[in-house]
Design a binder for this molecule. Sequence first.
Ligand code: CA
Ligand code: CA
Ligand code: CA
Ligand code: CA
Length: 598
Amino acid sequence: MTKFTFVSAIAALMTISAVAQDRLVIPQESANGARIQTNQRTVSHQNQIVARGGVSAINVAYSDDFSQPNDTTSLKARGYLPYYRGTGPQGVGATWFQGNPTVFAAYNGAADAYVAANYQVVTGMNDIDSWLVTPAMNISAGDVISFYCRTSLGSQWPDSVRVMYSAAGDSTPEGLTWVELGRFQAYDQAWEQKIYTVAASGATARFAIRYAVIEGGPNGNNSNFIGIDQLDIYTPQAVDGQLYAMDNIPSGCGLSATTPVTVTLKNNGGSAISGFSVGFIVDNGTPVNETFTGSIASNATASYTFTGTADLSAPGAHTVTAFITLPSDGNPLNDTLSTSVTNIAPAVITTTAYTEGFESTVVGATPPVGWTTEDTDGDGANWDFSNALPNNGTMCARIGFAGSAVSNAENWLITPCLDLTAGTNYVLEYWYKSYDDTQTSYELESRFGNAAVGSAMTNNIAVDPLYADSSYHLASHTFTVPSSGVYYVGFNGFGAAPQVSLRLDDASLAVSTGINDNTIENKVSVYPNPASDFLYVTAKLKGQSTLVIYNNLGQEVMKYSYNEPFKVQLDVQSLAKGVYTVKINNADGVVINKFVKQ
Ligand SMILES: [Ca+2]
Ligand SMILES: [Ca+2]
Ligand SMILES: [Ca+2]
Ligand SMILES: [Ca+2]
């Protein structure tokens, strides 16, 4: 009942167009159990580079990439016969219509170059039965119909499709010789190839694709939106193996010398194939040749992980090319696929600091190149990048502006890979602040680990103190790594709910220079010089400090005290033009700077 209310409310709020509309996904449902299954499916599909690889046709009876207009009139002009056979009166949607790129883009060609059908073809909760009958053609037993189909991303409704064949060439749904070649529910994450083999020949045979949904329609629970693209009807080669897909190998740091290679093999031929050669080659290296010992039925696929592995340990770009070799293969054009992968060279840390002020980011969730974020507790509150309240420049990193209350929520902001050496003292520094001084902010800790995920951040650097104010505070920590290698430093914004946001800016990592680090002059900067409106003073000094500004007569014109490292913006607009002295007193010593007021 809830859903009817929702749909009715939406219908009342918006004018339902007669052209393609994607069905609205109720946001609350996106987090339920069914959606988790969908996400798991996503992984296996998105990891694959699917190449159509070319139809290995001896005799192409029919082919349509739907690059021509696909409205009812244009479909009929090309010999298609669209039929509405839903129950009840037709709704506001056409039976079949031009693809809508705002729902998803075509499998090939222009973004709208596919034919589509949707839930608005009927009214209420009526059954959908929309036929797209092909032109008549000469078909032999063993010929196949192949096309691509999908529904919209995250769709909650099981759009159903049936594939029909009439050897006698029935031209209406009421014909008596239609047989069903197969049926399926449209996949929502990507275009999927559907392929069916015909058993009976026919000189004027026809196929039909049916969008057939029981209790579809705007108030039904089963229909949404489907697309059909790249239709091919042909006689397959007697023998045709295909290197159909290759699992993506993600680029990253420190890629292994023994990286697994997994491919999907496909049999486009008329009979089963077995015991054939497969192989791969990395760049211009030595090919790995193995034998696929299984059997793949006609039109079926099989996954194969090579026993041999790819050596991707050298930094830089690599190309992995996989291939299949089948005797008497009638189509050699689909026997090879390649994937590119980059082994990213880690940043070498020296006495010159590696720095990140987040100035390359824009407002939103995308971190600087090589950085990653992780909403470990999955509450939707995670690090993002903000132009409000940076320490320097215009941008900073931020955690927890919104989100649900999860105790000890973990949220990681992780550096790119770093080349660190055992026995070396590294100095990690960053500035952080709470959003305001009236509420508790997230807490902050820094750790390091050997992978860019929170679970790998097993080495503590420090937990930073939580200040009950809204000023930036400097964190300065020294750490060593247990053995030389590739590491990542992670910043974890965590705490018991509720929290206000925490900001982090001007992170740096450098090899400690020992005694120079203790030179008080290196810990203080005064800029700009000359200054006209504001003077900025940054002092990475522990304990109490006083800052005094004297004019050229030695008179004190400003005086401040601080209890910890500080960064301040001083308004000097009211000072007369001239040379001034900035004197900072701390237990570690005295630092004197001069600046010119313009
Ligand atoms: Ca197309
Ligand atoms: Ca082939
Ligand atoms: Ca910044
Ligand atoms: Ca979170």
